[in-house]
Write a protein that binds this ligand. Structure first.
Ligand code: SF4
Length: 338
């Protein structure tokens, strides 16, 4: 039997932000990233702050216009464009033809990192959730709309009677539940969860994670789950992608990546994950990276990690390692593996 087509396909995606006074692409926030996500799967995305994971999530949803690459959703190409900065290219952002995004805006939603900043303080939570229902005309009557708002609040563990309250009347965890209810209001298939728990108290984090897992089981949702904390991503994800300086450097099933990381940067991230056993924790050696994350305006030549990699050798500074499949489902970009 043929393997089903992935729900989300991303090929050679690039997102550059122009910088005033700087010639060329500017900030190379996402550089040549490719991956797929199967229906019902959770793909985790990790990397330190500034590595491009949030930009990748937003570019995938076309909240930021992509610079180049191809985005396919459920077999339909939503974006396709050549890199304007390739040798012989026009050297400035080009306009690309895309499929009409409106039907896909409903299917593809986002949960933001900071719930307080993503909810309009002048609107009640009922109005915030109702706005999404109105845009996509998902209720025929006022009664239907009110009933739907109540159901959504109940689904995320809030009291439907609180529909008339304003965001500031809720705790941070409750505000994030409102953000999740708003995303669910349009009956999406795919959610980009952009660090959805990093602004919350530790005691609340597991409640939100459990709720996302329950929703996935009940509604058959597909997630791109972005976080800087590998221990959280490991818990919720089927597979994990590791990003460094705008590039995907490793992609593997969650347990294989945790148990046997291939890329030196993944090993560094894993060495920082706390372990519950104090003896194991004492015996484990934490790998501390030297230097800072290089500027994405002037990324290093060759392997982007070579300025900080403990295993770097001469070839690493000259030639970028290809992102290759080294075993079924195990992708990594490192010359040591070739
Ligand atoms: Fe380190 Fe070289 Fe591998 Fe890059 S290619 S991760 S610098 S060993």
């Amino acid at each position: 039997m043929d393997k089903p087509r992935p729900l989300v396909e991303v090929y050679n995606l690039k997102k550059y932000f122009p910088v005033k006074g700087v010639k060329g692409p500017g900030v190379r926030a996402v550089e040549d990233v490719s991956f797929t996500i199967s229906r019902g799967e959770t793909l985790g995305l990790v990397g330190e702050s500034g590595c491009g994971k949030t930009t990748l999530g937003r570019t995938l949803l076309q909240l930021y216009p992509p610079t180049a690459g191809r985005i396919v959703y459920d077999g339909v190409t939503l974006f396709e464009g050549e890199d304007p900065f390739r040798p012989g290219g026009p050297g400035r952002a080009a306009r690309h033809t895309c499929a009409d995004m409106l039907p896909y805006r409903r299917k593809m939603q986002i949960i933001f990192q900071d719930p307080s900043a993503s909810l309009d303080p002048r609107m009640t939570v009922g109005e915030i959730i109702g706005q999404a229902i109105d845009i996509h005309r998902l209720a025929d009557t006022r009664a239907q709309r009110a009933q739907r708002i109540g159901e959504l609040l109940a689904r995320v563990g809030l009291n439907p009677a609180q529909a008339g309250c304003y965001p500031h009347e809720f705790s941070g965890g409750q505000q994030q539940r409102v953000g999740i209810a708003r995303a669910l209001a349009v009956e999406p298939e795919f959610l980009v969860c952009d660090e959805p728990i990093s602004a919350l108290d530790v005691s609340i984090q597991s409640q939100v994670i459990n709720m996302l897992e329950d929703m996935q089981a009940q509604l058959g949702l597909t997630y791109l789950f972005i976080a800087h904390d590998l221990s959280v991503v490991r818990h919720i994800s089927t597979r994990i992608g590791v990003m460094y300086l705008g590039r995907l450097v490793e992609l593997a099933p969650s347990d294989e990546l945790s148990g046997h990381p291939l890329h030196p940067y993944t090993r560094t991230l894993l060495s920082a994950v706390p372990v519950p056993d104090p003896r194991a924790s004492r015996e484990r050696k934490r790998i501390v990276l030297r230097g800072e994350l290089p500027s994405p305006v002037h990324p290093p030549a060759g392997c982007p990690f070579h300025t900080r990699c403990p295993y770097a050798f001469s070839r690493c500074g000259e030639e970028p390692p290809p992102f290759r499949e080294h075993a079924p489902g195990r992708w990594a970009a490192c010359h040591l593996l070739n």
